[in-house]
Design a protein around this ligand. Structure first.
Ligand SMILES: C[S@@+](CC[C@H](N)C(=O)[O-])C[C@H]1O[C@@H](n2cnc3c(N)ncnc32)[C@H](O)[C@@H]1O
Length: 213
């Protein structure tokens, strides 16, 4: 008799970045409830964040059916009632089938997708977040036209070799104008290990509620 196929996928980076990201979410998502995770990938982040932050109602999603099967398999294994099976959500297909969200979390996607996906992410977030809602991005970013580390520059080159539409985005020159056009205030920027950043935008001024740690 054949054993059932294990559809759970593993992304080693999630083991390294999940604890520092959890610290940021714990700090800023204290009163947050409804979260949509865009590009949940393997599902390992959702299981980890959902189990450590049980006050969050965490909706997973991904464009890719293989990713969605992995997310589903991780969820079945973990049995975490506040984390929900994945939506088939392509950020570029607007409007998204979700409204009145308190937060949108998008980890390591905007550099592994065309720029149009980043534009759609901000437009969709603007439509789907409640007035005080957070948009949280994590990943590598350029600052003021420059890479912040040689490793990020090498990563950027490798991305563009894989797909010329991919690449590390510039927080100040590309994303800040887009965020402003989409109705978000200046972001909170948190330095993370391995030359990554956490960036949090809110439609209302986040600095009225929190000071950067
Ligand atoms: C590098 S993986 C990151 C996955 C996960 N967030 C993590 O940190 O492990 C990029 C993910 O973005 C998803 N993705 C790419 N383009 C997308 C789009 N237009 N809409 C939604 N998800 C997308 C891919 O399917 C993939 O799961």
């Amino acid at each position: 008799m054949s054993t059932p196929e294990d559809l759970r996928r593993h992304a080693p980076a999630t083991q390294r970045n999940r604890a520092p990201i959890l610290d940021v979410l714990r700090t800023y998502f204290q009163t947050t409830r409804r979260v949509l995770e865009i590009a949940s990938g393997t599902g390992e982040h959702a299981v980890y964040f959902g189990s450590h932050l049980p006050h969050l109602d965490w909706q997973t999603s991904d464009l890719d059916p293989t990713a969605r099967a992995s997310i589903q398999a991780w969820l079945q294994d973990a049995d975490i009632p506040n984390v929900h099976p994945p939506l088939a959500l392509d950020v570029c297909k607007l409007p998204w089938p979700v409204r009145d969200l308190d937060a949108i979390v998008c980890i390591n996607m905007i550099h592994i997708a065309p720029w149009a996906a980043c534009e759609a992410l901000f437009q969709g977030a603007s439509q789907s977040l409640s007035p005080d809602g957070w948009l949280y991005l994590y990943g590598p970013f350029k600052r003021h036209g420059e890479h912040t580390a040689p490793s990020n520059e090498a990563f950027d080159q490798s991305l563009q070799q894989r797909d010329s539409a991919w690449g590390v985005r510039d927080l100040d020159q590309q994303i800040a104008p887009l965020a402003q056009q989409s109705g978000f205030c200046d972001p909170i920027v948190v330095s993370m290990p391995a030359n990554n950043l956490s960036v949090l935008w809110r439609k209302n001024n986040p600095h009225e509620h929190f000071s950067s740690p």
